[in-house]
Design a protein around this ligand. Structure first.
Ligand code: 4NP
Length: 163
């Protein structure tokens, strides 16, 4: 790319069920990493839930506390995924099968369907195929979410910077 060419930011939407645990954590981890690397201006990130029952809420206090211990500030307000997201974002990353199925059912065109991916596909160390829902579990579940998300977001950032 020529130096004077304007590079468009990559727009990434992280999606879980309630948008109060996993996807706001993914947004926080990715934002932190991109700032740390000095490449935050190359991305626009947001998160949303397939279920709108927590709309307007801050992330779950347990998720915020576990994230804060690792230096991630989670101040996103929950919102539900909307049809416009399939136009606006380049990548729409679901946390588990249920999220992926819901997102695919919302996509209107093959191009929109192709934007829907599984976040764990970017993991390089954790051999998992979903981010387990921590909502009804204990502290270990929230730590597990962050461990997998750190791996996935590192891989995602590398992937975006190389492509
Ligand atoms: P999240 O977790 O999808 O990671 O935000 C959940 C949040 C809320 C509920 C379930 C999962 N809920 O049943 O309200």
């Amino acid at each position: 790319m020529r130096k004077d060419e304007i590079q468009k930011p990559v727009k990434i939407l992280f999606v879980c069920l309630g948008n109060i645990c996993r996807s706001p954590a993914a947004e926080g981890v990715f934002t932190h990493l991109s700032r740390e690397r000095g490449v935050a201006d190359r991305f626009e990130v947001d998160s949303a839930g397939t279920y709108g029952g927590h709309a307007g809420d801050l992330p779950d206090p347990r998720m915020r506390a576990h994230a804060a211990r690792r230096g991630y500030l989670l101040d996103h307000r929950s919102r539900q995924v909307c049809p416009g997201d399939f136009e606006r974002f380049d990548l729409i990353l679901g946390m588990d099968d249920y999220n992926i199925d819901t997102l695919r059912s919302m996509a209107d065109t093959p191009e929109q369907t192709a934007k829907v991916r599984r976040i764990t596909d970017y993991c390089r160390h954790y051999p998992v195929d979903c981010i387990p829902d921590p909502y009804y579990g204990g502290a270990d579940g929230f730590e597990n979410v962050l461990n997998i998300l750190e791996d996935a977001c590192e891989g995602l950032l590398e992937h975006c910077l190389l492509s």
